[in-house]
Write a new protein. Sequence first.
Length: 579
Amino acid sequence: MADEMTRKGRAELLAARRESRSLYWMVGIFSFFVNMLMLTGPLYMLNVYDRVLGSRSIETLIALSVLVGFLYGCMGILDFVRGRVMARVGARFQAQLDRRVFGAVLKATTLSRAPREAATGLRDLEAVQRLITSPALMALFDLPWAPLFFFGIFIFHPLMGILALIGGTILIAVALFNQLSTRKPLERANAASFQSEQMGAQIRSESEMVHSLGMREAAFDRWQIARGESLDATIGAADAAGSFTAGTKAFRLFLQSAMLGLGAYLVLQNELTPGAMIAGSILLGRALAPIEMIVNQWAVFQKGREGWGNLAVLLGAIPPEETRTALPKPQARLVADQVTVIPPGEQQASLRMISFKVEPGQAVGVIGTSGAGKSSLARALTGLWRPAGGKIRLDGAALDQYDPDVLGQHIGYLPQRVQLFEGTIKENIARMSMTPDDAAVVVAAKKAAAHEMILQLPDGYDTRVSANGGRLSGGQIQRVGLARAMYGDPVVLVLDEPNSNLDNDGSTALNHAIRAAKKEGKIVFIMAHRPAAIQECDLLLMIENGARRAFGPKDDVLREIVKNHDQITQSKGQAGGVS
C-alpha cells in the first residue's frame, strides 16, 4: 500500500516535470552545440603545432585565432542561455508544486497518521529546485557527449584512448563509491540539522518565557547539544565528500599529465605529432569534466534525490484536494452524529460516539475536566480534525463537503492559544487576506469589543505585531483573535477557553459578543473551565473521558451534575461509616 502511494506521488512529480519537456529538449540541443564547440580548443592546438609552427605563417595564425575567438563566443552564449533556461525550468517546477506541497504539509498536521516527510516538505521542494538549476544536472547533459571525446583520443592513438578509458572508468567507479559511502552521513547530517533548527525556532518563539523563567543557560545548553550533533554530522559528511572531491581532482590532474607523458613518448617514437599530443590532453580534460563536476556537486545531487523521494511519499500519502461543488451559505444548524475523533499521531480516540443537535441562536457550553476532549471537539467542529467515525453536518452537509477555505468562512474559530502573524492588526483580523475589507474588519472588531482597544494603539488598526503579539498583552491578543474569528460573518463560532486571558471588562465584552451572535441567529460553542464563560449558554454538553455524559438545557444539566455529585458524596460517606 505504501509503495502504491509513493508511486502515485512520484507520478505527480513526473507530471510536473513533463510540463517543461520542451525546455529540456532545448537544453539538450544547446548542450550538443556547446560540446561540439568544445572541440575548438583541441583543433586549434592541433593546427597551431602541426601547421602554423611548421609553415611559420602569421596570417594562418591570425585567421585561426579570429575563428577560435568567434567559436568560443558562440559557445559562451549558448552555455549562458542553457543555464538561464534551466533556472526557469527549476522555477517553473517549484511554482507548479508550491501550492500542492504547502497544502499537503498543512493537511498532514490534521491526519492521525501523517507521514514524517511532511516536516521537511517545503525544504525538499527547494532541494529539488536547487538540483535542477545546479551545475550537477547540467553535467548530466554533457555526460552523453563524453564518448565523442574518447573517440577523438582513440583517433590520435589507441594507447592514448585506452589510457583515457581506464581513467574515465576509475572516475566513474569513484563517483559510484562516493554515492554509497556518503549517503548515510548526508542523511544523518540533514536530520541533525533539521532537529537543531526546530529546537532553535521553538526557543525563539518562546523567548519571553525563556527570559522570564531564567532558562537561558538551560535552553542554550540543550540547543548546543543538538547543534553539536548537527555540526559533528555535517563535518563528517563534508569530510567524506571532500575526500572524494580532492581525490578526484588530484587523479584528473595526474591523468592529464600522464596523457601528456604518453603523448610525448609517442612523439619521440614518431607515432604522434606534437599537436595531437596537446589536443589529446585537452580532449581528456573535457571528457572527464562532467564526471568530476558530478562528484564535486554530489551533496547537491544527493539532497535533490532525497527531496524527490520525500516529496513522492508526501504527495502519495496526501492526495490533492478534490474540487467540491460550491454550496450556498449554510443556515446555523449543526448536528453531530456518533462522532469519534482520533488526534493526529495517536492511536487512542479522544472523543467517542458524541452526538448532539444545535439550532440557530443557541449557545452551547462544553464543559469537562482537563483532557476530557473539549479541544478535540473544537478542532472537529472546525473541520481541522476529520472524524474517524460519524459525521458533523452543517445545514445538512457534512463538513468535508465544503472546501476547507470556504468552511473557514462559515465557522469562526478562537483556539485555546491565540497566535498572531507578522503584519498589522487589520491584516490579522482579516485572516491575512491580500485584500482585506476595512469595513468588515471594523465590524468584527466592534463585535469582539476590541475596536476601542485597537484605536488606543499607536497606529490603530495599522499597528504592526509580531508572531508572539509584540506589545500586546494576553487579553488584547485574545480580543484580536476573537475579532478574527468573527470576521466575514460566520454562522458558527467555536471559542476554546475564550476568557482565559481576559479581565472583568474583557469577560463582560465577551458575553456581550455572545449575546449579539445569538440574536443574529448564529451558533456559539464555548469550551470552558470557568463558570463565567457559560453565563450566556442555553445548552450544556458535558464530556467525561471523551464520551458524552450529559447534554441539554443548561439548568437541567447543572442540576443533574449537582445531583450526581451529592449522590457520590453520600455514598462515599456511607462507605466510610461502614468501614
